[in-house]
Design a protein around this ligand. Structure first.
Ligand code: CU
Length: 262
């Protein structure tokens, strides 16, 4: 004799069902906290009255710098006319000073820092990216501008994958690059129309970085007293690091010098 299958008391009992729902909700809510527990513990950023330290310095290129080849830009008549950017910008040395070097604090973040809400801007001027190297804080957007009278195709590449691949007409609206890039990642920019165009956005989890201009000078401020690893990073010449000690009072402002050679 067959009997009707008993109904599932768990699934039909209204109180149990709501209890299960609440448990499931609690588990889902708890999950991100569990994941965060694996992340390294971070102290808050040092307060302004403590973080008075600064590192200033210069990046040198000693010896004969590599020749900056004249670019073949005949494929785009607009670019071919831009004499100021006619040479390769991979290694730019002016009177022994190296431009486009990102200098940053490397050992830890010295606290938790939110990404700036304003994007970092890279312009396209004379069919070249300006600047060639920028630093961003993880989570910060990059706005790629087109000041040129020609079109570009912006590719943003992170770990070999495109995070952006977009045409941009002459003087069109900025193209925004958003990614999940984390500290130490580098987002490379390349142009699908002009193969000589490259730029690099180096990612930090803090704001203690600076990029050298044509004078090779960098300045990082807002540092709490402590011993830091200071790193210089160049897209083709590589990274160099040194240990620096930021003190208090007269020893809060220190100087540092990096030197690259052929
Ligand atoms: Cu282009």
């Amino acid at each position: 004799m067959r009997t009707a299958a008993p109904s599932n008391p768990v699934m039909t009992h209204p109180r149990l069902t709501s209890l299960l729902g609440a448990l499931l909700g609690a588990l889902l809510a708890v999950h991100p906290t569990v994941a965060d527990a694996d992340a390294p513990k971070r102290a808050p950023a040092p307060p302004a009255e403590v973080a008075k330290g600064s590192i200033k310095g210069t990046v040198l290129f000693e010896g004969e710098p590599p020749e900056r080849a004249t670019l073949d830009r005949k494929s785009d008549p607009f670019c071919a006319k831009q004499t100021a950017t006619a040479n390769a910008d991979d290694v730019v040395v002016t009177k022994g000073k190296l431009a486009g070097v990102l200098v940053r604090i490397k050992n830890g973040s010295a606290g938790t820092h939110a990404a700036p809400t304003t994007p970092a801007v890279i312009d396209q001027v004379g069919c070249a990216y300006s600047p060639h190297v920028i630093g961003i804080v993880a989570g910060q957007k990059i706005a790629v501008r087109n000041s040129d009278g020609t079109f570009h195709n912006i590719r943003g590449i992170l770990k070999g994958k495109d995070v952006v691949n977009k045409m941009q007409a002459a003087k069109a609206a900025d193209v925004s690059i958003e990614s999940k890039a984390a500290a130490d990642d580098v987002i490379e920019l390349a142009c699908g129309v002009h193969p000589w165009m490259h730029a690099f956005a180096v990612v930090q989890d803090h704001p203690y970085f600076a990029v050298t201009g044509s004078d090779g000078v960098f300045a990082i401020s807002g540092l709490a007293p402590g011993t830091y690893t200071l790193e210089a990073w160049h897209p083709t010449l590589g990274a160099k690091s040194m240990t620096v000690k930021v003190g208090v009072g007269a020893k809060a402002s220190i100087n540092a010098r990096f030197s690259y050679k052929p």
